[in-house]
Design a protein around this ligand. Structure first.
Ligand SMILES: *Cc1c(COP(=O)(O)O)cnc(C)c1O
Length: 384
């Protein structure tokens, strides 16, 4: 990968992996919207789009370079990438360690679905590396991480956990969706496999569902033939083309998401009607210092707990005009949702997800308009 060394992430997003001469100088690559590649006269090395596709490969080259990894493989969704990465390291009756507040479908996959195959998962808070170490058993195959967690925003120490796992031959997988490869590179911290929901910031326009795994050439080749080839959750070339378009502006968008995210987090922290803000970018975050050792920036997804009843919180959400209500994030548009409102008290206590927790995805609107919208709706909440 020496040829990548020294290239900025901006340059990678703009040009890396593009091969203009190969495609008649087209500055934007063509969409190879074909299932098969004939080889009667020339074998170009492609056979079938489930295995590989020239358009998809451009996205894969860019993402591998951004993640400082050898290779990447695209999938039809983030969950397709996560389940493939996990399946690639699990065996019947093995054991996994994972943070309790991991992305809910990932938790359900491990806890419920994989339990059918004898896989057991120990869920830990994830805030200290020693919890992972203590949970390890002789049959532990993988430690799965997601840092920060995309609801409560606690971090896991990538370097310490990777070292613990390496010493015992345990594979580490990290979901890096929140930080994006621009702000965090788990492979450089010793993690084996990185997974992303490219539906979020990488796509960036709320118009695709997409996923990616990055890691060593050896692991990626095996995943191409086994989990991707056999389960078939390959990315469609048109989806890959939209993903490439999203990547072109990723550095610019992340700069704005970070700037607006920081401003809004700081504003909320000072607001009398806000009890608590959960955002690793704030110096008050208990793991702020750890964050600085493994992340070079913060994205625009954060949570906070308004001071009010559950009904007031629901009213606050409804009264916002610039934040649409929805569960996803990472797009151009500001969003809000309330993952805690559906939890019963016991679950809320056990998971540490407050019932009144609201999560906002700070979009690309003007930060002043977003601040004004939040301020006005918090004031309106008081009167409910
Ligand atoms: C959305 C999300 C996923 C799943 O991605 P899809 O593309 O929706 O399948 C995985 N991890 C995190 C942290 C997410 O937010």
């Amino acid at each position: 990968m020496d040829h990548i060394q020294g290239r900025s992430k901006e340059d990678i997003c703009a040009h890396w992996g593009d091969d203009y001469d190969r495609y008649l100088g087209a500055i934007v690559p063509p969409i190879f919207q074909n299932s098969l590649f004939t080889r009667k006269t020339v074998n170009h090395g492609y056979t079938y789009t489930r295995v590989s596709n020239p358009t998809t490969e451009i996205a894969e080259k860019k993402i591998a370079a951004l993640e400082e990894a050898e290779e990447a493989r695209c999938f039809s969704s983030g969950m397709a990438a996560i389940t493939a990465a996990l399946m690639s390291v699990m065996e019947k009756d093995c054991h996994i360690v994972c943070p309790l507040n991991v992305y809910a479908p990932t938790k359900i996959f491990l806890e419920t679905y994989m339990a059918r195959f004898g896989v057991e998962t120990t869920f830990v808070s994830g805030e200290s590396a020693s919890e992972f170490e203590a949970a390890i058993r002789p049959n532990t195959r993988a430690i799965y991480l997601e840092t920060p967690l995309s609801n409560v925003f606690t971090l896991q120490d990538l370097r310490a956990i990777a070292a613990i796992a390496r010493a015992r031959g345990i594979v580490t997988i990290a979901d890096n969706t929140w930080a994006t490869p621009l702000f965090q590179n788990p492979i450089a911290c010793g993690i084996d496999l990185v997974v992303h929901s490219a539906t979020k910031y990488m796509g960036g326009h709320s118009d695709i569902i997409a996923g990616v795994i990055v890691g060593s050439k050896e692991r990626m080749e095996r995943i191409t033939h086994e989990e991707r080839g056999l389960f078939g959750a390959t990315m469609d070339p048109h989806q890959a083309w939209l993903l490439i378009r999203g990547l072109r502006t990723l550095p610019l968008r992340m700069e704005r998401h970070q700037e607006s995210g920081m401003r809004i987090a700081a504003f909320l922290e000072e607001h009398p009607l806000v009890e608590r803000v959960l955002y690793p970018g704030l110096p008050s975050h208990p793991q702020h210092e750890l964050g600085k050792t493994q992340m070079s920036g913060c994205s625009g997804l954060l949570s906070f707990v308004p001071r009010g009843t559950k009904a007031q919180v629901a009213g606050f959400i409804k009264s916002l005009t610039l934040f649409e209500e929805g569960p996803s994030w990472g797009g151009f548009e500001s969003l809000i949702n309330s993952p805690g409102l559906s939890l019963d008290e016991e679950t809320s206590r056990r998971t540490g997800v407050p019932q009144r927790l609201v999560r906002i995805s700070v979009g690309l609107e003007h930060p002043e308009s977003l601040l004004a919208d939040l301020d006005r709706s918090l004031e309106a909440m008081k009167r409910l």
